[in-house]
Design a protein around this ligand. Structure first.
Ligand SMILES: [Fe+2]
Length: 97
């Protein structure tokens, strides 16, 4: 939450497979901020037999988005508020070639 990665216990990291329809989901916290970067998730995505895509996802309406040299508006989460908190959605389209 303070924007410090846990490089000892490696908490808040994971690995998962999609379901048969290609859907994925995880529950987590809102990542904290650290100098020079806007709020973001780090992800690696890979289609079966495909290359690994290493990327990041961003939060809309973050003041730091405009200042972050790595930020890309194409990687913004679609956020919605629900009864149990916010839900973010991002659809990856992967080339299996
Ligand atoms: Fe980061």
């Amino acid at each position: 939450m303070a924007g410090v990665y846990d490089n000892d216990g490696y908490r808040l990291r994971g690995h998962q497979f999609t379901d048969a329809q290609g859907r994925y989901g995880f529950e987590t916290i809102v990542p904290g901020l650290y100098p020079g970067r806007t709020r973001h998730f780090h992800l690696k995505v890979q289609a079966p037999g495909g290359r690994i895509l290493t990327t990041q996802l961003y939060f809309p309406d973050e003041a730091g988005n405009a200042r972050d040299r790595i930020f890309s508006p194409e990687l913004l989460l679609a956020l919605s508020e629900g009864e149990t908190g916010a839900t973010g959605r991002f659809d990856f389209v992967l080339d299996r070639g």
